[in-house]
Design a protein around this ligand. Structure first.
Ligand code: SF4
Length: 287
């Protein structure tokens, strides 16, 4: 990676206000070698979960305020125009990342908790068509999956499939107690199984998993076995999973537990990735 020039975004600039917009922000991804155009619907930093490794500042429980769809449409189409037809890539992005990778529904909370989530997906589809965005550019939903059972969310996720859609479905632990500990949610593994099935049958779906040590302890054998069992069962039932995105603790948590969390050595991640690969699933590791 070359040194950032004046005004360039670098791979560590993940702040949501780097473009000075309300909903839309660019992220330069080292792993993907390109630019992701992020959409943050949770402008109030509210999520229905509270993961102890979450990097959202001043995270609160809840849902986003009503989305200003006109403003979002203006920001997204204006920003994509600048990326595709303007000088944004040439003037703001290091040479090795000058391509558009994806449009990502991500941000500072759970995107599917926005009441307007379906309209947002429709809006992305309209803009993609107007600007003739290539099918190679994915529309990615980064989600904790907890609301996938809602009819409106399912319809929107099905609509995403026609927009080169991908769902990145968060499963950090595969036991009820592990989820309570890591994600501070009372959601159950039964719900996770149901919602994962809904997502994977509606749109190509990757599982995204973050692993780290708490108080010096990596996820124990029982947790890892529960996770592998979940994958095994899903594959056995014919669920068309794309694979697993396995993350380490790349950036510090902004939650009160931050001081208790440590990144695991990359060989730990690789060894866990290899266990997953033996089930026949592709794994992408980001230490
Ligand atoms: S689901 Fe995502 S945004 Fe919500 S608390 Fe967890 S890491 Fe943070």
């Amino acid at each position: 990676m070359s040194e950032p020039q004046d005004g360039e975004l670098n791979v560590t600039d993940h702040s949501r206000d780097s473009a000075g917009l309300t909903y839309v922000y660019p992220v330069v991804s080292r792993r993907a070698g390109g630019v992701s155009v992020g959409i943050n619907l949770n402008v109030n930093n509210a999520c229905n979960w509270r993961c102890i490794y979450c990097q959202v500042p001043q995270l609160i429980r809840g849902a986003p305020p009503p989305v200003d769809l006109l403003l979002l449409e203006r920001e997204l189409s204006g920003f994509l125009r600048a990326v595709l037809h303007g000088d944004f890539l040439a003037t703001r992005v290091p040479a090795e990342a000058r391509r558009l990778n994806d449009i990502a529904l991500s941000g500072n909370g759970e995107p599917t908790s926005a009441r307007e989530f379906g309209e947002v997906v429709d809006l992305i589809g309209r803009i993609r068509r107007d600007l003739a965005v290539s099918d190679a550019v994915k529309t990615v939903l980064i989600t904790n999956g907890s609301l996938m059972h809602r009819g409106a969310v399912q319809s929107a996720v099905r609509a995403m499939a026609a927009l080169s859609g991908e769902v990145w479905f968060k499963i950090d632990r595969a036991t009820d107690s592990g989820m309570r500990r890591i994600n501070s949610t009372r959601s159950s593994m039964a719900r996770v199984r149901t919602n994962l099935e809904i997502a994977a049958r509606a749109c190509p779906t990757w599982i995204q998993t973050c692993v780290f040590a708490i108080d010096g302890e990596a996820p124990d054998r029982a947790e890892r076995e529960a996770y592998l069992d979940l994958l095994r069962e899903s594959l056995k039932s014919g669920l068309p999973l794309k694979g697993v995105l396995l993350y380490g603790l790349a950036r510090p948590s902004l939650q009160p537990e931050a001081g208790r969390l440590r990144a695991l050595p990359s060989d730990w991640l690789e060894s866990f990735a290899n266990e997953i690969r033996t089930l026949g699933l592709p794994v992408r590791v980001s230490p």
